[in-house]
Design a binder for this molecule. Structure first.
Ligand code: PHB
Length: 390
């Protein structure tokens, strides 16, 4: 009898300790990001934002700590690499949620991994409109190219720009930007007088710049993924005399983002863009964000990718809180639909029909503010949905 009692006590103890061990198990978030190579700044900024959210708002939900596992899918444009790493995260690391995704080819390739592995997938940057159609488990907290392009096309048509030459990177987001710009600008009476698509890898912009100069448009509209090449392009625009010839440069805000703005220097002053986030956005939430960012990462400036990571983590934590720590992908997406909050960029929500983000798009101009180049917002289109969805 005594022996039986002891066995029961031991079994109860084992059960309790296994339950506590389970309760203390972390919730693992597998992040696929370019951490090296030409787009290393994307991974850096997204990781900064995601970690800053956890540091300032708490990293525990339902008694479980959040653990980030980051895989470097450099260069970020090779879908097969991203797919292999995401599969490893699901199968070997047994992550609960997938997140990150700097560039479109990465998000496109991992969509089917999320579907098969039944994992929620939070896209924190990749911005081709069609990304969210690659899996029903995708929710996006960044932007879409049609969403950030349409407002600058409307602005141009209203501001005496009649003839535009378009120059975009030759892949998903570039095609989206080109298509939306043409659609909105020509519907408002504008004319497209030339268009070119530059390779994503090692583009040589010199012949394009010459062609644009010879065509003499009122303005050139550009989408290029930010990086060393964009910096070279912006400098070339000034050096080859396009600005001096009276050709204006208009773009989506990727081209003047805060991570490259200091390197662009004077060549960026006066550039008009449309975008969802500026470090100079005036709100209490952004003041708190930029101050916390400066303290945590004094060598860097917060840009839109950091905010995509910050809001992506905000979404994950709010969903997990709502679901009591349950990471089931179907429950995750259901809870995410229609969620609203105030981001450092302004008020945002998740469109329940598309799982994509609804947000205000601002028109901005690069100016020197207190000796620092900033994207100063001066107009806006509120609560704007992705116009790229069929
Ligand atoms: C993308 O590849 O989807 C992408 C990359 C950089 C951007 C925007 C979109 O600034």
């Amino acid at each position: 009898m005594k022996l039986l009692k002891m066995n029961i006590a031991a079994a109860a103890l084992a059960l309790v300790s296994s339950l506590t061990a389970h309760a203390a198990e972390p919730i693992k978030i597998g992040m696929v990001l370019p951490m090296s190579g030409p787009f290393a700044a994307y991974g850096k900024q997204i990781e900064h934002g995601a970690r800053l959210y956890l540091a300032t708002n708490g990293d525990t939900v339902a008694g479980r700590k959040i653990e980030l596992i980051i895989k470097d899918d450099s260069p970020g444009t090779a879908g097969d690499v991203s797919k292999r790493l995401a599969t490893e995260l699901v199968v070997k690391d047994k992550v609960d949620i997938l997140a990150g995704f700097g560039l479109t080819p990465s998000a496109f390739a991992v969509g089917p991994v999320a579907t098969e592995g039944k994992k929620a997938m939070v896209v924190m940057n990749a911005a081709t409109s069609a990304v969210t159609t690659k899996s029903n488990y995708i929710v996006r907290t960044s932007m879409t190219l049609p969403q950030i392009t349409a407002p600058i096309a409307s602005w141009a048509a209203k501001n005496k720009i009649k003839k535009v030459f378009t120059l975009v990177a030759d892949y998903g987001p570039g095609h989206d930007a080109e298509g939306q710009f043409k659609k909105t600008f020509t519907a408002a009476g504008g004319e497209i007088v030339g268009e070119v698509r530059a390779p994503v890898k090692n583009p040589d912009f010199a012949p394009f710049l010459q062609k644009i100069k010879d065509t003499k448009p009122d303005a050139v509209f550009i989408f290029l993924p930010p990086g060393a090449e964009t910096i070279a392009f912006m400098k070339g625009f000034a050096e080859r005399g396009l600005a001096a010839a009276g050709i204006r440069l208009i773009c989506t805000g990727d081209l003047t983002d805060e991570d490259i703005l200091d390197a662009l220097g004077e060549s960026a002053v006066g550039v008009i863009s449309s975008f969802h986030y500026s470090e100079a956005h005036k709100s209490p939430e952004n003041k708190a964000y930029t101050e916390a960012y400066a303290k945590a990462y004094p060598k860097d400036r917060p840009n839109f990718m950091s905010v995509g990571g910050y809001d992506g983590m905000h979404l994950i934590m709010d969903v997990l809180k709502k679901n009591g720590g349950n990471t089931d992908a179907d429950k995750f997406v259901e809870a995410a639909k229609g969620m609203k909050w105030v981001s450092p960029r302004g008020a945002i929500s998740i469109d329940p029909a598309t799982r994509d983000i609804v947000q205000t798009i601002y028109i901005r101009k690069v100016e020197k503010v207190g000796g620092k180049l900033q994207n100063v917002e001066f107009d806006q289109v509120a609560d704007f949905k992705d116009p790229g969805k069929p």
